[in-house]
Design a binder for this molecule. Structure first.
Ligand SMILES: [Fe+2]
Ligand SMILES: [Fe+2]
Length: 193
C-alpha cells in the first residue's frame, strides 16, 4: 500500500528497543521537521490555496505529535536531547536535480514529503507490532495511521499540481532510489537510520 520497494529489516526493532531514549529524541525531531516542512511549503507556494489550507492543519497536527513524543520523554524522566543529522533524508534530497519550473520544484518537494511519510509510517507499523512495551506499541499504532494519511495527501497534491503521468514516473524512480539508500541503513536507533 505504501509502494516502498524494500521493507525494513525487522532486526532494526531490536536495536531500537535497546535505546528508547535515542529513538524518542530522534522521533521528536522528525515531527518537528514535518511541521517545519509544512510551514516552508506555505511560504514557498502561497498561491496554491488548497495546499496552504492543508499545510496549516498539518503544522498543528505534526506539532501535536511532537508534544506527544516530548511528553513521553519527560514522563520517563529524560530531557529532550539535541537534534542529529538525518543521513536518510540528506541522501534522499539529492535525487531530483535542483531548479526547473515552480511547478516542478513543488512536485519534487511533495514527492520527497510523501516518501518520508511513507517510510515513517512503515517503521511506526513495525514498532507497533514488535515492541515489547505495549503502551509504546499502541502509541506507534496511532501515529502510523496519521502518517499514512499524510503520505496519501502529499502524493495526491503532487498528482494534482503536476502532470500525472510524469509524476507517477518520478515517484517510481524515487522509490527505486530510496530502496538503494535503505540497503545501507536499518542499523541505527533512529527513525530512518
Ligand atoms: Fe507526525
Ligand atoms: Fe506526518
Amino acid at each position: 500500500m505504501l509502494g516502498l520497494k524494500l521493507p525494513t529489516d525487522p532486526r532494526w526493532v531490536n536495536i531500537v528497543e535497546k535505546n528508547i531514549e535515542d529513538i524518542l529524541t530522534d522521533h521528536a525531531y522528525c515531527e518537528q521537521k514535518a511541521a517545519s516542512t509544512a510551514i516552508s511549503l506555505i511560504v514557498s507556494f502561497p498561491e496554491y490555496t488548497e495546499l496552504v489550507k492543508e499545510m496549516t492543519d498539518l503544522v498543528n497536527e505534526e506539532m501535536s505529535h511532537f508534544k506527544m513524543v516530548h511528553d513521553l520523554i519527560i514522563e520517563r524522566g529524560w530531557t529532550l536531547g539535541r537534534d542529529r543529522k538525518d543521513d536518510y533524508v540528506l541522501q534522499l534530497l539529492k535525487f531530483f536535480p535542483k531548479g526547473g519550473s515552480r511547478t516542478t520544484q513543488l512536485v519534487h518537494r511533495l514527492l520527497y514529503a510523501a516518501l518520508i511519510e511513507a517510510r515513517s509510517c512503515e517503521r511506526f507499523r513495525l514498532l507497533s507490532e514488535e515492541l515489547a512495551d505495549k503502551r509504546l506499541a499502541k502509541f506507534y499504532r496511532k501515529l502510523m495511521i496519521s502518517e499514512a494519511g499524510h503520505y496519501t495527501m502529499f502524493l495526491k497534491f503532487a498528482r494534482q499540481y503536476g502532470d500525472k503521468k510524469e509524476v507517477n514516473a518520478k515517484w517510481q524512480a524515487l522509490l527505486d532510489y530510496e530502496a538503494k539508500i535503505m540497503k545501507s541503513l536499518g542499523n541505527k536507533e533512529t527513525i530512518h537510520g
